[in-house]
Design a protein around this ligand. Structure first.
Ligand SMILES: C[S@@+](CC[C@H](N)C(=O)[O-])C[C@H]1O[C@@H](n2cnc3c(N)ncnc32)[C@H](O)[C@@H]1O
Length: 393
């Protein structure tokens, strides 16, 4: 059993896990239990850290009990270990301060002195080490680099051994190092691109395909963030966009990615309006941040909202109508569409969502979250991205 520390939008993160690992359940508001033997964290956009569950303490507020259990478990486990162990401690939701947390490490260090592992304890600035600190110290990436994740749930506290933290430095380098950026079309965060690709579930290659990997189409590819993340995840990619400039930008960014990360991928780009383009086959999945309309810094008037929503609905409906006959039944389609937040924090959705089956698509249902919670937004944003996870009927 593994436990995952979810990102800033836990509903999206748990949906990503459910689609990837199937048996998933909430442990607390921002953590999830995942019934799997291993988790590849660098392929997940929505999980900050993951760990293998070591043991569970049936109490939520007795730090002494947790501390004693950790000392007992690890002084036994490392009592015969011959070598150095780098140890990091991170507590989530647990009622403990930095001093008491570090004390556990110091007690353990003392107990093992002269008879087993020697421990180098990573100092805590906060009760939880940042993902950057964990990743930088390679915690969870070798047997002797251990980070204990101490996580409070509804009825118990779980102690897990981290199997790695999200490499946010690499994500930021991809995001900021790209030669072509365009603030106006708005750039998809790479983490959200990874989440969207994983929400497509298992993508299988068309048996008639000449390509070596399944191919993902993004018909609104813009600067190509989704194409970049998909190619790093091993997919062949196909991008189209109505703007010639965006095709150039995607091409430059993909060339940059290949030379920076020293790999080659199969990619194909051309200009095209998503409402009437005939795409080349194979298309094994469609994953796309579609047209989101204009950005707003404050909620628009009702008249303006009606106009923008109608316009987006028209373009995206036209796109789905054009797309459907070009896909084989069962093809996964994951699209981000706009939803607008009002001053009370309520969202106005696109009308097409309620009639999606008339367009030939079925919404995938998740056990851990209702589909209407698959929204990505920041508190200061008016336009949210609503994720529609669909299967072609
Ligand atoms: C929200 S942006 C996508 C940004 C992209 N995910 C990225 O990372 O840069 C939407 C894109 O859709 C394109 N677009 C707008 N209407 C279109 C249409 N009818 N067909 C194809 N592309 C369209 C725009 O040129 C823009 O690049």
């Amino acid at each position: 059993m593994h436990i995952a520390l979810l990102g800033r939008q836990p509903a999206l993160s748990i949906a990503e896990l459910e689609r990837t690992y199937k048996r998933v359940s909430w442990f607390s508001a921002d953590t999830a239990l995942v019934d799997t033997d291993s988790i590849d964290i660098q392929k997940l956009g929505g999980t900050q850290k993951a760990g293998k569950v070591a043991f569970e303490v049936q109490s939520t507020n007795d730090w002494r009990r947790v501390s004693d259990a950790i000392v007992a478990h690890y002084s036994k486990k490392w009592g015969t270990y011959d070598g150095k162990i780098t140890l990091g401690l991170s507590a989530y939701g647990v009622d403990v301060n930095v001093r008491d947390l570090q004390k556990v490490g110091l007690i353990l260090k003392g107990k093992l002195k002269g008879k087993g592992a020697s421990i180098r304890l990573i100092p805590n600035q906060e009760v939880a080490l940042s993902s950057a600190t964990s990743h930088h110290n390679k915690l969870g990436l070798a047997d002797n680099k251990v980070e204990l994740l101490i996580i409070k749930g509804g009825k118990s506290i779980i102690v897990a051994e981290s199997t790695g933290a999200q490499n946010i430095t690499a994500l930021a380098a991809r995001d900021q190092g790209r030669p072509r950026r365009d603030a106006f079309v708005g750039m998809l965060p790479p983490k959200l691109a990874q989440i969207m690709i994983n929400l497509a579930g298992e993508i299988t290659k068309d048996p008639e395909s000449d390509l070596t990997s399944p191919r993902i189409l993004d018909p609104f590819c813009g600067t190509g963030v989704l194409l970049q993340e998909a190619s790093l995840m091993g997919y062949a990619v196909y991008g189209t966009d109505i703007a010639e400039k965006m095709i150039r930008y995607s091409r430059d960014n993909l060339n940059w990615l290949e030379s920076t990360y020293r790999f080659t991928t199969q990619w194909y780009l051309h200009e095209g309006d998503a409402v009437d383009t005939k795409w080349q086959q194979p298309v094994d999945a469609v994953v796309s941040e579609t047209y989101l309309g204009q950005p707003f810094s404050a909620p628009p008037s009702l008249a303006k909202l009606t106009e923008v929503r109608g316009n987006c609905n028209h373009i995206i409906t036209g796109f789905l109508r054009n797309l459907h006959p070009q896909l084989k039944p069962g093809t996964p389609v994951v699209i981000a569409v706009p939803a607008w937040k009002d001053t009370e924090g309520r969202f106005t959705h696109l009308p097409l969502i309620d009639t999606i089956s008339e367009l030939g698509f079925e919404q995938v249902k998740f056990e851990s979250v209702p589909t209407e919670q698959l929204l990505y937004h920041r508190p200061d944003q008016v336009v949210a991205r609503e994720l529609l996870v669909l299967t072609t009927i």
